[in-house]
Ligand binder design. Structure first.
Ligand SMILES: *[C@@H]1O[C@H](CO)[C@@H](O)[C@H](O)[C@H]1NC(C)=O
Ligand SMILES: *[C@@H]1O[C@H](CO)[C@@H](O)[C@H](O)[C@H]1NC(C)=O
Length: 365
């Protein structure tokens, strides 16, 4: 049996039970909060996020030189990364086949719609990846590309599809007060710009850990209480809770599908994968198997906790474990004109393409 046929076959058997389940429930494919997603995982027998990396060169969807949307800091091939093996892996869920990304299908399905990534530079990474993946399947389509500090966009004009990025490091607000810059855990005015979207994909975490000169606030405020600092996981929990309230108060689930991008791991500390002398620099291969020796970062617990309490349906793109295995996929020193060793972002093409394949799969379900 040819490979394509095999994929079609297994797709058919993956998807079939899903349709039966939905037909029985008597409604169209509906969106799911985390707990009902867990239920569906059992029904369809597939957790998309549990699996392993396999060698598969056909998964390389575009070249960095042919995508006009990639920032220098992610353009590893252009900035001298000598190896290419990291481009030749595909994510293989244990119990189903990840559908192939179809950019034209995506544009037709989401014709006239607005898709917004909201968050820090990991959102930027994923936004550029999705724009490149779509562009690769319609390279001659007319696009408008705007790259600004807060709101950036790629619009595929013939389809009216807008892929938008709203840059915010904490989701909640930073405001000027007499004392200086204040991180307001209970204020989320930025949210006014996120209304009326058809798909929202949120992300936040990395900036919550920043201290010293890379910390952009002087105080934290919660209501009338002002703090010089706070346990960062506690602060993240409070900020995320404010975000959850925003979703519950502002999202109409019949119009808007909401995702949380999951915690993107870093690879600065080799002891996490039992190679204490190493970082991501010079890593050429993923970890084999499905387990990351150090286990998931603590912030994942906060995310799951907050999502379990949210009332509106939010789909967790649970990309943490699969990304932890990809110590080889960071820009390291091939990061445009950034100095230093970047083990936090990801090369494009590269890992964020898999995140978008998973987003695509979740949207098909
Ligand atoms: C991620 O790994 C942890 C253990 O390290 C495990 O408990 C969890 O189920 C894994 N998540 C997925 C989606 O595989
Ligand atoms: C999530 O969905 C399930 C199943 O539809 C429902 O029972 C549960 O109450 C929902 N969770 C919340 C927090 O509303």
């Amino acid at each position: 049996m040819g490979f394509c046929l095999k994929v079609l076959f297994s797709l058919f058997f993956q998807v079939l039970p899903l349709f039966f389940h939905q037909a029985k429930a008597g409604h169209l494919p509906k969106f799911h909060n985390v707990s009902s997603l867990e239920g569906k995982k059992q029904v369809s027998g597939c957790n998309l996020f549990q699996g392993k990396w396999v060698i598969d060169s056909s998964n390389h969807l575009y070249d960095s030189s042919s995508c006009p949307f990639i920032d220098a800091e992610f353009d590893c091939q252009k900035y001298g990364r000598p190896d290419t093996q990291y481009l030749k892996y595909a994510w293989k869920p244990d119990s189903c086949v990840l559908p192939r990304f179809n950019g034209l299908g995506f544009l037709n399905r989401w014709r006239g719609k607005k898709i917004m990534f909201v968050g820090d530079s990991l959102s930027l990474n994923m936004w550029e990846s999705l724009s490149c993946m779509i562009h690769a399947s319609v390279p001659n389509a007319k696009t408008t590309f705007v790259r600004k500090e807060t709101v950036s966009s790629v619009i595929f004009q013939d389809y009216g599809v807008s892929i938008i990025l709203y840059h915010t490091t904490y989701l909640v607000d930073i405001v000027r007060e007499n004392v200086g810059a204040v991180l307001r855990l209970d204020s989320i005015n930025g949210g006014n710009a996120w209304k009326n979207m058809d798909i929202l994909i949120f992300n936040s975490w990395h900036w919550w850990t920043h201290t010293g000169r890379s910390q952009p606030w002087d105080y934290i405020r919660e209501g009338s209480k002002l703090y010089k600092d706070m346990d960062r996981l506690t602060a993240f929990y409070k900020g995320m809770t404010t975000w959850a309230r925003w979703v519950d108060q502002n999202v109409d689930p019949t119009k808007t599908k909401v995702f949380f991008q999951g915690i993107s791991p870093t690879h600065y500390k080799g002891k996490e994968w039992n190679q204490p002398k190493r970082s991501c620099s010079g890593e050429l291969e993923p970890l084999s198997g499905s387990l990351y020796p150090a286990g998931p970062p603590p912030a994942t617990t906060i995310v799951k906790n907050v999502l379990s309490k949210i009332k509106k349906p939010v789909y967790l793109l649970d990309i943490t474990n699969l990304s932890q295995l990809r110590k080889d996929a960071h820009p390291s020193t091939y990061s445009g004109d950034h100095s230093g060793n970047d083990c936090s972002h990801w090369c494009l093409p590269g890992l964020p393409d898999t995140w978008n394949q998973l987003l695509y799969a979740a949207l098909l379900m």
